[in-house]
Design a protein around this ligand. Structure first.
Ligand SMILES: Nc1ncnc2c1ncn2[C@@H]1O[C@H](COP(=O)(O)OP(=O)(O)O)[C@@H](O)[C@H]1O
Ligand SMILES: [Mg+2]
Ligand SMILES: [Zn+2]
Length: 360
């Protein structure tokens, strides 16, 4: 099984995004069960995982029944966590519970499904306490489907809970948003990603050095899914040191510090020659630019007295504040241009020429 599925969080405490974990705990340990939730945020941040966990929180057999839950006060996280071993929990995890209905609005814009939903929602759940409707990429619904959904959200039966997930909440009609309790899933912080990777490392019993995990956390752009996928690839290809992983990620022999020093020398010919050489070595120019921007950012901060200890003193004084700002502007543009260029090294070369010529 692919690792990101195998290590999908199965209970609230396994959700590595601290803010979401705490809010879900607060909401679902209160005596009031919300009937419509909106999970908004970038992909790979745990919306689907959290939605399935909530379906289990509401229906787990081992816990109090839903009606008891409503009456209960002062519940703790341990009280509300699903057991993951009862038949209901297992069926939900395996995606075969008849009362947990997942609708993908992206696939056919949900016309049939929402019509079906409206017809069947009034019927009591087959075996669960709550029917849970998880509607993924809900912003893709047609207007007709939105209107039908809205009618249902206005008067949901007591046994129904809606979880609407979307990567583009701004496309949702205000009428829908205003009926939901909203949860903003943010890009995961590096430390949250590390938490997620450590669960995988432990489970797979592999030996990985901490700098490899750091590197993955840095590369995965706040997505738990991407981070887990990179780790999986690293395990498969036995790239469990940072040198090997850098090669895997197309970052071999990359020394941004040397590149920056070369830039500071303003020798156009030399810098261009270096870029050609890197191209031949298969360097990924997007990563190079990214690393360079990270470094420039750190220098910028250090020049203003922030995080000085992270950067060697000669780098802080290598270029003036103005020059650092200029490089940041130039290479931010390179980063954007790299997405559309047909010659990968061209944006970099243009920036280098502009930089060297102006400085002379
Ligand atoms: N909160 C989390 N903590 C740890 N890992 C997570 C978390 N959320 C997601 N993951 C990992 O990322 C994968 C994708 O998550 P998913 O819930 O499908 O994200 P989304 O629906 O937001 O795209 C999961 O299978 C799991 O491996
Ligand atoms: Mg999803
Ligand atoms: Zn259970």
């Amino acid at each position: 099984m692919v690792l990101y599925r195998k290590y999908r969080p199965q209970k609230i405490s396994e959700l590595d995004n601290a803010e979401i974990r705490e809010r879900l705990t607060r909401v679902f340990s209160s005596s009031f069960i919300p009937h419509a939730l909106l999970f908004a945020g970038p992909k790979g941040t745990g919306k689907t995982s959290a939605a399935r966990i909530i379906a289990k929180v509401l229906n787990c057999e081992k816990r109090n029944s839903g009606s008891d839950l409503k009456r209960a006060k002062g519940l703790t996280l341990a009280d509300i966590e699903p057991c993951n071993v009862c038949e209901t929990c297992k069926a939900i995890t395996e995606g075969r519970h008849l009362d947990i209905i997942e609708i993908d609005a992206a696939s056919n814009r949900g016309i049939e499904e929402i019509r079906d939903l409206r017809e069947k929602i009034k019927f009591a759940p087959v075996s669960a306490i709550y029917k849970v409707y998880i509607i993924d990429e809900v912003h893709m619904l047609t207007n007709e489907a939105f209107n039908a959904l809205l009618k249902t959200l206005e008067e949901p039966p007591a046994h129904a809970v809606f979880i609407l997930a979307t990567t583009e909440p701004e496309k949702l009609p205000e009428t829908i948003v205003s009926r939901c309790i909203r949860f903003n899933f943010k890009k995961a912080s590096p430390s949250e990603i590390l938490g997620c990777l450590e669960r995988v490392v432990k489970g797979e019993k592999v030996n990985v050095t901490p700098d490899v995990l750091q590197l993955i956390a840095q590369t995965s752009d706040g997505s738990f899914r991407d981070a887990t996928k990179i780790l999986e690839q690293a395990i498969l290809e036995n790239a469990l040191t940072s040198e090997k992983l850098n090669i895997l990620l197309g970052r071999q022999n990359l020394s941004v510090i040397n590149f920056l020093k070369l830039l500071a020398s303003c020798d156009t010919g030399k810098v261009l020659f270096e870029i050609v050489k890197m191209g031949e070595n298969g360097i990924n120019f997007r990563f190079l630019t990214e690393e360079l921007l990270y470094l420039l950012h750190a220098i910028l901060l250090a020049q203003h007295g922030i995080g000085k200890e992270k950067i060697s003193a000669d780098l802080v004084t290598l270029l003036t504040k103005d020059e650092i700002s200029r490089l940041i502007k130039l290479f931010s543009k390179v980063y954007v241009d790299l997405k559309t260029t047909s010659i990968p090294q061209l944006p970099l070369e243009v920036a280098v020429v502009e930089w060297c010529e102006r400085k002379q």
